[in-house]
Design a protein around this ligand. Structure first.
Ligand code: CP
Ligand code: NVA
Length: 306
């Protein structure tokens, strides 16, 4: 049977997203029960991370344990890939051992090559282009706070990066209003914006350059690092370009009075977000981080469950 991969949010129908959010809600409410029901008993996943990770890697590992399964971190160091074994041959073999793979890498094309040859589900644990598991947890966190996604306004301030791309794809599907403020030259990929604006979607997305305009009437303000993994050589330039894109108390005051602040983490305090905001009463970033665990469980059961 052909596996279903999770490469990007656009791979999921609205129904599938709703099912993941509903399942995550049950996972969170009944977290102690999963240990006895063990929906993934006897199953294993492999974690292949070519970039650093705290939340994604550990939440997938703990999720498998709590679902009765097992996870293995497959470092590329020490594997035969360092000596030239191809992705295709490696994944054909791994498909005979494990039941799924979570891969964090650079190019989306690299991830797609793994998926092309895999006989098991492949989950995107972050690429340069997309971060779907993060954004599913973000949707869950928003829904948990306000009870719905439709007509909720999110302002995204900062780099038009992987997180922004997944937010765009999610917002238009789920009926949200997404307003991005990204500096010229750092806006989301035009193809992702075009696909979002042209499809038969119910949400809206717009991208400008002014953070104050973006956050007007926002229910949620979201930001991410100015320098993503893989872009470290551009840090000095980026610090200059993004200096007016900090989420601080003055910017939060321009949104709705009770607007909530989100960040996928890790944060660079004093750069894209100030400590008083991330530690303040309107911040929900640590709930977001916790929800990665509940949502990873829902994703795993949807893709690997019987
Ligand atoms: N948000 C997120 O993906 O965090 P990690 O890089 O720690 O996995
Ligand atoms: N945009 C960030 C997200 C980290 C979770 C990066 O790619 O480094």
């Amino acid at each position: 049977m052909k596996p279903t991969h999770l490469m990007k949010i656009a791979d999921l129908s609205v129904t599938e997203i709703d099912e993941i959010l509903c399942s995550a809600s049950m996972m969170k409410a009944n977290r102690s029960d999963q240990v006895s029901s063990w929906p993934l008993a006897g199953k294993s996943i492999g974690l292949i991370f070519e970039k650093a990770s705290t939340r994604t890697r550990i939440s997938f590992e703990v999720a498998m344990t709590q679902l009765g399964g097992h996870s293995l971190v497959l470092g590329s160091e020490g594997s035969q890939m360092t000596r030239g074994e191809s992705v295709a041959d490696t994944v054909k073999v791994l498909s005979r051992y494990v039941d799924g793979l979570v891969i964090r890498t650079f190019g989306q094309d690299v991830l797609e090559e793994w998926a092309l040859h895999a006989m098991i589900p492949v989950i995107n644990g972050l690429t340069d282009l997309h971060h779907p598991c993060q954004v599913l947890a973000d949707l869950f966190t928003i829904q948990e706070r306000v009870g719905q996604l439709q007509k909720v306004k999110i302002a995204y301030v900062g780099d038009g990066n992987n997180v922004a791309h997944s937010l765009i794809e999610a917002s238009v599907r789920m009926g949200m209003i997404l307003s991005l403020a990204c500096p010229a030259g750092y806006q989301p990929h035009q193809a992702i914006m075009d696909a979002a604006c042209m499809g038969s979607h119910v949400g809206t997305v717009e991208c400008g350059t002014d953070p104050v305009s973006a956050v007007k009437n926002a229910d949620f303000i979201y930001t991410d690092v100015w320098t993503s993994m893989g872009c470290e050589g551009e840090k000095n330039t980026r610090d200059n370009v993004f200096s007016g894109y900090q989420v601080n108390e003055a910017l939060v005051a321009e949104a709705k009075p009770q607007a909530l602040v989100m960040h996928c983490l890790p944060a660079h305090r004093g750069e894209e977000i100030t400590s008083d905001v991330i530690d303040g009463p309107q911040s929900i970033v640590f709930d977001q981080a916790e929800n990665r665990l509940h949502v990873q469980k829902a994703i795993l059961v949807q893709l690997l469950g019987n």
